[in-house]
Design a protein around this ligand. Structure first.
Ligand SMILES: [Zn+2]
Ligand SMILES: [Zn+2]
Length: 755
């Protein structure tokens, strides 16, 4: 025996079951000529190998670098053992599924092998829209309970034909234990329905008819992986406009699905990382800067397209037959979650779509398309759903099971089990009845599937939040202030502990002083925080109404400085109010009736959008702020002046900035300059406060940091001053991240900052 002959004992943990991990290990061992065996255990996947040290080391390295597409490895432990003298390498079969499931895999986009099969006329899965294997296909959207076996998925009603069963039981096959395995002979199939529910055609004819309808400019509702989408030909301006008209959605960008990477590159700038994201198993919508806005009707007034590639065989077939990009947008009634059921779809989407392409594989859980963008050369998830959820965030230590119910807008919920935090997909605005129902279902499902009764419950400090109903009359309830939770959520992503300086900038959140917060600087010491600074407050005439009407934010901001004279200023914003409206507005501001006070940066953005006459009433959240962001490009600008109050508690006064903006508008300075100087003002404010507080770690969170120009500017300037800057990666910076922050508050409390 050679001298460097070596025995390595390896344990791999994470999502390593039902993803082709053991066949992968087998082939890797064969290729490196190492001997031993692999088997599943309650500890994870156990591997014993023997061979020359060079080979065993290479094996260990390739375990993580060449892992199967869907595997998600959290730990690899290895140790040396005495040589036993194995003769070959084997997959050792456990008599039962001894692995303890703890993690549900997200749905994954179609893999290259399956893609080849559906376009190969000689393959038995030629044009089969539900083709999948261990490297791809549905997981989360079909699971009903643990363990993840076929009978515990919505595929339980289909029994495999002999060919499929042979694949399923052969450890060498890439469909070994692929739970949703199916084919033309035994699996789900398509149907094309009229808006009345009447069947027009089935199987491939349904697909062909649907494609033909899309080609002719029809709107087709397509049941995909995690719910229904409206699909129209993106190149057909009239068709897209018809969809906008019917959805009453005139500005909100639609996502575009392109046939392939090359067609994306023709229209958009694509970096290497963006390319990797587009073709990743998560297959999210990637925000890409377009080159020359060839489809302005798809994303009006926007510098970016939300782009994705076909991620299911069904989408791949549709787009292959059409040979052009399509608009793929959530099929839902406005503000509701994406729709998952045929009857509800026909009932609620029939006024938009003329045809329904459906199938008989049930969707157990809805999942919207996820959205990512690249910031500072790094991935940043903006909406976390298909492909990402419900993959856990890992904590260093175990904690008692805790359920966090999140916030009301852009809700998600989170449950901690040992050291995993499971976060639900995006659940939307809970003020909407169907979303609240989905929220309740998720709360019970998440506890049931992880077999956990949480010891404590956490919610927002807001007394009126729907999400908090669940906490009523329960014991061990913890309430975490909204912006504190934002900062904690980002800290959780990095396993940071206090002290940190947190910049929580967003639209609004319930403050602890009866005002609306949203431009906050918090010194976070784990479970406690101190509000160190905030932007100067102003009134929001009309309260909630100001959220959708940037012109009201402008009125509030202006009134704060100019008082009643403000109505005499020659500004475009006043022309948008009728004489009667102006009267009411004046009365509200003067008498402070229905005009809550806020320090929100989001609302200051809205005000600036209104002053620049970019947007007076917004159709969707963030629309006005986005228009200001898109203008901020100018080089050689300096910031509007930042005025800071003295003393320990600091207030950032935007008055000098506002006066200069009004001046600039009067002088006819171009909007790009004003927008740029405004962004630089915010960045400067961030740096000035950070300098004064002088805490090394600065954490950025809240919806305002979806703004790439603002976020990158803050990161660069703060780094230049020597700060360590943290911003979100996999958890959205908006309110979707609140539930994780709530969990992390309890985690830090329990560990007393000792991580
Ligand atoms: Zn596959
Ligand atoms: Zn079959």
């Amino acid at each position: 025996m050679q001298e460097d002959f070596h025995h390595l004992s390896i344990v791999v943990k994470g999502i390593v079951q039902g993803v082709g991990f053991r066949p992968f290990v087998y082939h890797l061992a064969k290729s490196l000529n190492v001997h031993g065996y692999v088997r599943n255990s309650t500890q994870g996947v156990m591997i014993e190998i023997e061979g020359p040290k060079k080979n065993t080391q290479e094996f260990l390295q390739k375990l993580s670098t060449e892992k199967p597409r869907c595997a998600w490895i959290t730990h690899i432990q290895s140790c040396d053992k005495p040589v036993v003298g194995y003769r070959n390498f084997e997959i050792e079969h456990s008599t039962q599924s001894s692995m303890i499931d703890t993690v549900i895999l997200p749905d994954m986009s179609i893999c290259g092998d399956c893609l080849n099969e559906i376009f190969d006329p000689l393959n038995r899965r030629y044009r089969y829209p539900f083709t999948n294997c261990t490297n791809c296909g549905p997981r989360y959207s079909i699971i009903t309970k643990f363990p993840y076996d076929r009978e515990n998925t919505t595929m339980d009603v289909f029994s495999m034909c002999q060919d499929c069963r042979d694949e399923y039981t052969n450890p060498q096959n890439r469909r070994f234990h692929a739970q949703p395995n199916a084919c033309h002979a035994c699996g789900p199939h398509l149907q094309l329905l009229k808006e009345t529910g009447e069947v027009i055609s089935t199987h491939d004819a349904a697909l062909c008819n649907a494609v033909e309808a899309i080609r002719c400019g029809e709107i087709v509702a397509v049941k995909g992986l995690g719910g229904f989408h409206f699909v129209v030909d993106a190149t057909n301006e009239a068709a897209v406009k018809k969809l906008r008209e019917k959805k009453q959605r005139f500005y909100k960008p639609f996502a575009i699905m392109y046939p392939n990477l090359q067609s994306v590159k023709n229209d958009c700038f694509v970096s290497q990382l963006e390319e990797n994201l587009l073709i990743s198993p998560e297959s999210p919508i990637v925000l890409l800067r377009h080159k020359n806005d060839v489809y302005p009707w798809v994303a009006p007034q926007n510098l970016y397209y939300g782009v994705m590639l076909p991620y299911t065989p069904l989408h791949a077939l549709i787009i292959h037959d059409l040979q052009r990009p399509i608009v793929v947008t959530s099929g839902n009634r406005s503000h509701e979650c994406i729709c998952t059921q045929e009857d509800y779809a026909i009932q609620t989407l029939g006024n938009v779509a003329s045809l329904f392409l459906v199938h008989n594989r049930k969707i157990a859980h809805h999942a919207d398309d996820s959205i990512v963008r690249v910031v500072m050369g790094r991935e940043m998830v903006m909406r976390r759903a298909r492909g990402y959820a419900p993959r856990p965030i890992l904590l260093k230590r175990d904690m008692p099971s805790t359920l966090a119910v999140g916030g009301d807008l852009k809700n998600s919920i989170a449950l901690s089990v040992a050291n995993n935090v499971f976060i639900s997909p995006y659940l939307g605005d809970l003020q909407v009845k169907t979303n609240y129902e989905a929220f309740c279902n998720n709360v019970s499902f998440i506890q049931k599937i992880y077999a956990t009764a949480p010891q404590s419950l956490i919610g927002d400090a807001h007394p009126g939040y729907c999400s908090n109903y669940l906490l009523n009359e329960r014991e061990n309830v913890v309430r975490v202030q909204h912006h504190h939770a934002h900062i904690l959520s980002c800290m959780a992503e990095y396993q940071l502990h206090g002290p940190v300086l947190g910049l929580a900038w967003d639209g609004s959140g319930y403050g602890l002083d009866a005002t609306v917060w949203g431009g906050e600087f918090l010194e976070v010491n784990n479970a406690d925080f101190r509000r160190t600074a905030h932007f100067r407050r102003f009134c929001l005439p009309g309260g909630e109404k100001a959220v959708t009407e940037p012109r009201r934010c402008a009125a509030g901001l202006l009134f704060e400085i100019y008082g009643e004279q403000v109505f005499d200023l020659d500004l475009p914003v006043w022309k948008t109010f009728s004489a009667h409206e102006k009267q009411i507005l004046q009365a509200m501001l003067k008498n402070k009736i229905n005009a809550p006070q806020t320090s929100s940066v989001g609302r200051i953005f809205d005000a600036v959008a209104s002053l620049l006459n970019l947007c007076q009433q917004q159709e969707f959240e963030g629309q006005a702020a986005m228009l200001v962001e898109f203008l901020a490009e100018e080089k050689n600008c300096t910031a509007y002046p930042v005025a800071l109050s003295k003393g320990e508690f600091m207030e950032i006064d935007w008055e000098p900035m506002l006066r200069e903006i009004v001046d600039d508008i009067t002088k006819g300075v171009c909007a790009t300059t004003i927008a740029t100087k405004f962004h630089l003002f915010l960045i400067e404010a961030a740096v000035r406060i950070a300098r004064r507080v002088a805490i090394k770690n600065v954490v950025l969170s809240g919806g305002c940091f979806q703004n790439k120009y603002l976020l990158e500017g803050c990161i660069r300037q703060l780094r230049r001053e020597g700060f360590s800057v943290y911003w979100h990666r996999e958890i959205p910076t908006n309110d979707e991240g609140i539930s994780l922050g709530q969990i992390y508050a309890c985690y830090l409390q329990q560990n007393k900052g000792d991580l």
